[in-house]
Design a binder for this molecule. Structure first.
Ligand SMILES: Cc1cc2nc3c(=O)[nH]c(=O)nc-3n(C[C@H](O)[C@H](O)[C@H](O)COP(=O)(O)OP(=O)(O)OC[C@H]3O[C@@H](n4cnc5c(N)ncnc54)[C@H](O)[C@@H]3O)c2cc1C
Length: 549
């Protein structure tokens, strides 16, 4: 997925999104939409239409789009989520809805539907989830029965119910996953087709400015040409083929919302005086509520940028990396927004303050496009295979790369990130020897530790790139190289300690004993020593965030 968008065009697009959406949706309007549980359909249609044409970013050049890649889509998604996740979800659903066409459609189908999306700015919905088929899409019940004419299939009659569909009540076009005789398959269904209807909007905890509704299909007829790929049974494979990329979008939402909340807390803390000085000057406040969250969000960003670049360079679909990016960044965004409420004290607990809304909004990012638990399972299963294939060397090898990085650039915390990865390899090996991943809890927790260890490595590499001026031209440049180095060291210490102590707990807990010598194999003593200097690095991050010195 190469990108046809250059740096200047991307920056212009980001500016246009910022200006257009901020003008149309100032804070008081956003709070009003949230209060009224109202989807600004006209605005979202304008964003996709002549107003902004945001969908052109992901539509290939040959169909009248801008031909953007994963990196462009990450930057645009983060920007939109910083303003409002509900509106961003309305746009995302169009991106998602068109994915089955982009990856599964025949050349003719792609030309037809993608050109219409580019020209007409159609609002799309992505209809996969069902009442009884959520995380387990294979359990879907919606069925597509062939209609024959002269021995050939001329069309399908689709019946069933889809649940939690973003834009479900407003879309012009739906992609619908249904069970055909050959297996799960994607169909394109136009709004207004007889038998297609939707339920009332769901009353949601957050993203209340997005429309979420059930979509009902009662004997809906579609011509055979609207079966994507014109071959039955490809639906789940087609859905899998875009996960690396679509999960990056939701990961970008996580950091967009997290930073939107944290930046508000940062501004608030400069003004709010307690005990004679602003909160921003109190270490007990900044080092708990601001700094760790900034570090976590930037580690998520490092992983997203690295993965987006690899996707754009044609390294494949990178599903595991997409899952790590989504898991880490959305959990980081959720935690940052929660801390931002705390940072506002009682005011943060009221509807008047945006952080309260952002916290409710960002919560969905750990649920939709695959829950955090499903991400943990995906990450652990995939990396487990790598561990087995390489006879336990997968993470030791990655650690060695970071040790090399440390040799040339000792300031980026790569030695500590390497300790996290070595410890990861040891924890996985103990799990293999004692067959501990038979316990689902152990498997899922491995997924979490893997995400921490890999993201620590990514942030160290990003800090190196910042020092050497080799950051991607399209990369975010909010923080200086020195600040990224301090952040990378904070993150690496956290990841190494987490992998070692949580890994020890997991292995011991699953066996009712602590294996002899395991703490040494994890280099726990060395990891404890790396914690020296943590407070001073956190202070450096706080100074950078508050622009002190
Ligand atoms: C606001 C919103 C918008 C959405 N938009 C869309 C959309 O546009 N299109 C679409 O198709 N879908 C959409 N979804 C659906 C979303 O993707 C699903 O809600 C999600 O995949 C989880 O499915 P579920 O709700 O059925 O939960 P379940 O799958 O029932 O999960 C419930 C809990 O059990 C856990 N769990 C599930 N399976 C396992 C397992 N095997 N082992 C251990 N734990 C497990 C989950 O992590 C979760 O904590 C949307 C959802 C929301 C809330």
């Amino acid at each position: 997925m190469t990108s046809a968008i250059d740096f200047e065009t991307l920056e212009m697009t980001l500016d246009a999104v910022r200006e257009y959406v901020t003008d149309a949706l100032p804070d008081d309007r956003l709070l009003e939409l949230d209060e009224r549980d109202e989807f600004p359909a006209e605005l979202v249609k304008e964003l996709l239409g002549e107003g902004l044409g945001i969908q052109l970013v992901f539509i290939p050049l040959e169909y009248g789009g801008m031909g953007g890649g994963a990196f462009d889509v990450y930057r645009v998604c983060e920007q939109m989520a910083r303003i409002d996740l509900g509106v961003a979800t309305g746009v995302l659903a169009t991106f998602l809805g068109s994915d089955p066409i982009r990856v599964g459609g025949t050349a003719e189908q792609q030309a037809h539907w993608m050109s219409r999306l580019a020209e007409e700015g159609l609002l799309m919905a992505y209809g996969a989830t069902e009442p009884a088929a959520g995380s387990d899409l294979g359990a879907l019940k919606t069925h597509a029965d062939p209609v024959q004419s002269n021995g050939a299939i001329e069309g399908y009659r689709i019946s069933g119910a889809k649940q939690w569909i973003s834009n479900g009540g407003f879309a012009d076009l739906y992609s619908i996953l249904a069970m055909a005789p050959g297996g799960p398959s994607w169909f394109v269904v136009e709004a207004g087709t007889e038998g297609l209807s939707h339920g009332k909007p769901e009353e949601k905890h957050g993203i209340r400015a997005s429309n979420t509704a059930s979509v009902l299909l009662d004997d809906v007829y579609v011509p055979a040409a609207q079966l994507l790929g014109e071959v039955e049974g490809q639906g789940l494979i087609q859905a899998q083929r875009v996960f690396g990329y679509t999960r990056l979008m939701v990961a970008s939402f996580g950091i967009g919302c997290g930073w939107a909340a944290l930046d508000r807390a940062i501004e608030y803390s400069k003004e709010r005086v307690q005990a004679g000085s602003p909160l921003s000057e109190k270490q007990g406040y900044t080092h708990k509520l601001i700094v760790p969250h900034a570090v976590r969000l930037e580690a998520g960003r490092a992983y997203i940028e690295h993965t987006a670049r690899r996707i754009d360079d044609g390294e494949g679909i990178l599903n595991t990396e997409g899952a790590i990016a989504k898991y880490f960044s959305t959990e980081a965004g959720n935690a940052a927004a929660d801390a931002a409420i705390q940072a506002h004290g009682g005011y943060g607990y009221t509807r008047e303050y945006m952080v309260e809304k952002i916290k409710r909004d960002v919560r969905v990012t750990t649920i939709y496009e695959g829950t955090s638990e499903i991400m943990e399972m995906t990450i652990a299963r995939d990396r487990w295979q790598e561990h087995l294939k390489t006879r336990g060397e997968f993470y030791h090898d990655r650690a060695k790369e970071l040790e090399q990085l440390h040799a040339g650039r000792p300031e980026v915390g790569a030695d500590t990130a390497a300790l996290a990865l070595h410890a990861m390899a040891e924890v996985m090996e103990r799990c293999r020897l004692a067959r501990l991943t038979r316990n689902q809890h152990v498997l899922f927790r491995l997924g979490e530790l893997i995400a921490w260890a890999e993201c620590a490595g990514s942030l160290a590499m990003r800090a190196r790139d910042a020092i050497e001026n080799t950051l991607d031209a399209k990369a975010d440049r909010r923080f200086s190289a020195d600040t990224l180095c301090a952040m990378a060291r904070v993150m690496a210490r956290d990841a190494a300690l987490r992998v070692a102590t949580e890994g020890l707990k997991l292995v011991a807990g699953a066996q009712n004993e602590t294996p002899a010598g395991f703490a040494d194999a994890l280099h726990l003593g060395e990891i404890l020593q790396t914690q020296a200097g943590l407070l001073s690095d956190m202070g450096a991050v706080a100074d950078a965030i508050y622009e002190r010195n």
